[in-house]
Design a protein around this ligand. Structure first.
Ligand code: URP
Ligand code: ZN
Ligand code: ZN
Length: 462
């Protein structure tokens, strides 16, 4: 199988050049001007278009039993949605609950994805309790190539862990050389504030944000950083949403704590007024940490521009209208999450690069290269160079469109970003050299995706 992408402008995190790309089988084998290809080669004309490395979404939920229900998507449809939006690899959170067995959970998630994903994928393993078997189980999971953990400091009694469990997990993570990702909110404060609000008759989705104020997230971030500092582990704050949490993270970075920061698509573009909308419209915009006061968005964009925010994920987590209505009488029962796997690249390109002064290379870095580096996928993924996997996004900056549930590929019956204009979209997307998407249509091989096994601390080795 050979493929020639001709005439495009290749843009990576640190370079930009007009050149052709020749792909043999899964891999980029030549890059240069006016490449010739043998007869039978599939040729793609990328004239006037960017060619980006395949984008990597470092934070998604596909199979997710949570809040008395299950997230809506399957690996088959979510991976197609990802690809149509230019994401060629996602990293999914394996989230067994506190009462479930970690190894069984890991095996369930692997079975759900295997043979069903159209794009490549990896996992972060959530540690949702600590018992005598945990060190051995986690070591086995890491040996299987899942070289990153996830910790929840919120969602008490379900996914959430105690400080003791956090300490033990980070100590093991440091020993094994794996990075630990963390949802940073103080579970106790959230629980107490929720009860106070409900007792005062405040039951609507507009009370979700006041039940998890910015200070609660800042406390979680500070505590996570302190535990990293004391254990020597490397950490990654997921879905950071606000100024106080950002300051806590930056302050820890300045102290030398090995801490990286992710923010997610909803927090750059949506604010708390979305969750204040009447009835189910508000419920559709309930996620945690919550959508914040709009003033935070400028801080997040600035931090992204300057690299204080390392990566941008989606936290794709679709619950449909009927599921959101589980919390019609009590905001604490609204399943938390907003879908976005298809929209991240186009929205960040439109509102970041085109309209917001986000440097094109920083865009590629935050949405592809840095996730690859932090999670042990680089240089196989996250850049375009000879020897890399041929995950390529030919990007049409002349495309104009609007995001809508009518046209998206999530199984969810609404979009969190309904009506947002986009100025650009992928015209061709390849996964290891195979064309999977053309002009918004999936044209490829449904089960092509492979589980990416990662080494501990260091570059991915084949
Ligand atoms: O509201 C959210 N973020 N739902 C998904 C679970 C999580 O906390 O990431
Ligand atoms: Zn979370
Ligand atoms: Zn999440």
């Amino acid at each position: 199988m050979s493929l020639l992408i001709k005439g495009g402008e290749i843009v990576t995190a640190d370079s930009r050049a007009h050149a052709d790309i020749y792909v043999e089988n899964d891999t980029v084998s030549r890059i240069g001007p006016d490449l010739q290809a043998p007869p039978g080669t599939e040729v793609i004309d990328a004239t006037g278009k960017f060619v980006f490395p395949g984008f990597i979404d470092p934070h998604v939920h596909i199979h997710l039993p949570f809040m008395a229900t299950f997230a809506k998507d399957t690996h088959a449809n979510a991976s197609v949605a990802a690809l149509i939006g230019g994401t060629t690899t996602f990293i999914e959170m394996v989230c067994p609950s506190r009462k479930d067995d970690a190894l069984e959970g890991y095996s369930i998630w692997k079975q759900k994805a295997e043979g069903n994903s159209a794009c490549d994928y990896a996992f972060h393993m959530a540690v949702t309790r600590w018992d005598a078997n945990t060190p051995e189980q986690l070591t086995e999971i890491v040996s299987d190539g899942t070289a990153s953990f996830k910790i929840f400091l919120s969602y008490k009694n379900f996914f959430g862990v105690s400080d003791e469990e956090l300490f033990r997990t980070l100590t093991l993570a440091a020993e094994l050389g794996v990075i630990t990702t963390a949802h940073c909110e103080n579970a106790e404060l959230v629980g107490q504030l929720q009860q106070q609000l409900l007792a005062a008759g405040k039951t609507g989705p507009e009370w979700h944000e006041p039940s998890r104020p910015e200070a609660v997230e800042a406390e979680g971030t500070t505590r996570f950083a302190t535990f990293l500092d004391q254990t020597g582990a490397t950490g990654y704050v997921v879905h950071l949403s606000c100024g106080p949490a950002l300051r806590a993270a930056v302050e820890a970075k300045m102290r030398g704590v090995k801490l990286h920061v992710e923010s997610v698509l909803p927090h750059f573009l949506l604010d708390k007024t979305y969750a204040e909308r009447a009835g189910v419209e508000g419920m559709k915009h309930v996620m945690s940490p919550p959508l914040r006061d709009k003033r935070n968005q400028a801080l997040l964009w600035n931090a992204l521009r300057t690299g204080l925010i390392d990566t941008v994920g989606t936290d794709h987590c679709p619950f449909d209208t009927a599921q959101k209505l589980l919390g019609a009488d009590d905001f604490t029962q609204i399943p938390n999450g907003i879908p976005g796997i298809e929209d991240r690249v186009n929205l960040m390109y439109t509102y970041g690069v085109r309209r917001g002064g986000l440097d094109l290379h920083r865009f590629v870095d935050a949405l592809s290269t840095r996730p690859a580096k932090l999670f042990g996928l680089f240089p196989r993924k996250g850049t375009i160079a000879v020897g890399c996997d041929a995950d390529l996004v030919v990007y049409d900056t002349n495309y104009r469109g609007t995001i809508s549930a009518e046209t998206h590929h999530s199984l969810n019956d609404y979009s969190g970003f309904e009506g947002f204009a986009i100025e650009g979209r992928p015209s061709v997307v390849t996964v290891r050299g195979k064309v999977q998407v053309r002009d918004g249509q999936f044209v490829g091989e449904p089960g092509r995706g492979r589980l990416l096994r990662r080494e501990t601390q260091g570059d991915y080795k084949r």
